[in-house]
Design a binder for this molecule. Sequence first.
Ligand SMILES: Cc1cc2nc3c(=O)[nH]c(=O)nc-3n(C[C@H](O)[C@H](O)[C@H](O)COP(=O)(O)O)c2cc1C
Length: 335
Amino acid sequence: MNYLEKAFSIGGVKIDPPLALAPMAEVTDTYYRSLIKELGGVGLVVSEFISAEGLTRKNDRSHQMLTFAENERPVAIQIYGGNPDRMDDAAAIVERQGVDIVDINMGCPVKKIVNSGAGSAMLKDFDKAARVVEKIRKRVKIPVTVKVRKGWESNDVLPLLKRFEEIGVSSIAIHGRTRNEAYTGASDWQYIAHVKANLGIPVFGNGDVKVAADAIRMFETTGVDGVMIGRAALHNPFIFRDIAAYVAGTPLVGNEVEHRIDAMQRYLAKIDGAPQLDKWKLHKARTVIGWFSKGIPHGKDIRLGLQDITAVSDVQRLLDATRERMLFGPADSAA
Ligand SMILES: Cc1cc2nc3c(=O)[nH]c(=O)nc-3n(C[C@H](O)[C@H](O)[C@H](O)COP(=O)(O)O)c2cc1C
């Protein structure tokens, strides 16, 4: 079976192919998302989480995070917050922005977030979580989706997901770890299969898809409608395209150095043209190029070179030099 041909719809928004870039704070901003979209193979991209407090209190940075490019569509913006009265106002702001889907974060395990009652803390109080989602559902016309973990400690989140389904949530994404597990152990794909089997709305499975073959294994073993991928896309932005190549039986491109350098150059061009401060651009260049250079020949040289940069153009020159060396210089397999 070709799982990638099984497109589906989230409240009328077509997800084709059925693969999603997971929301990642400080990562999946408009520049990163539009790069992943350009490289191909992804059916939905989701923003980093945005504070409902920040949006409703007119915080500049939160509002800047709403930016998206037309080429990203369909695009979901994710919000988080612990105050039920602010979440639907934030969802209305997201809807006004013109995005396709509003997603609610009920999975973040970070102390600062859960201490404010947001993220995975929502999974401790099903009544409150359902109230928040119902209010949002009534407030906006665009599809509402929720991203959850298995539970807070060991509790079973399925009864809450059934309530979400009744309320009119259009899709669920489930990461197969509890809040207490944070990122330890393995994502429980059996539990993901259990959730899928008991819901009528589309389900994205999430957690531990590291290479293309894992995505297909997740479709096969869990029956999910879609596969959502986070960390693997940090190192290999071609992961989605690689899944299509894997299914077609053609060579994967994600670990080839020239493709990685091409992705890095595209990313740099995007951030260089962004309205943000130079300090932000340098920080982004260092971190994202640091990730993208992992596991490829000459990668170590690139990362060493990043220590001396003072402008985005320095990184562009560094990559040009690496490309030259790759074509004409002695082979260096340091990854
Ligand atoms: C750097 C980073 C930031 C993340 N930020 C968010 C976030 O803002 N919202 C969210 O729902 N999940 C967030 N996550 C969790 C991912 O969306 C995903 O559920 C998790 O990484 C498991 O999937 P993976 O094994 O494919 O990475 C984040 C994960 C990472 C590594």
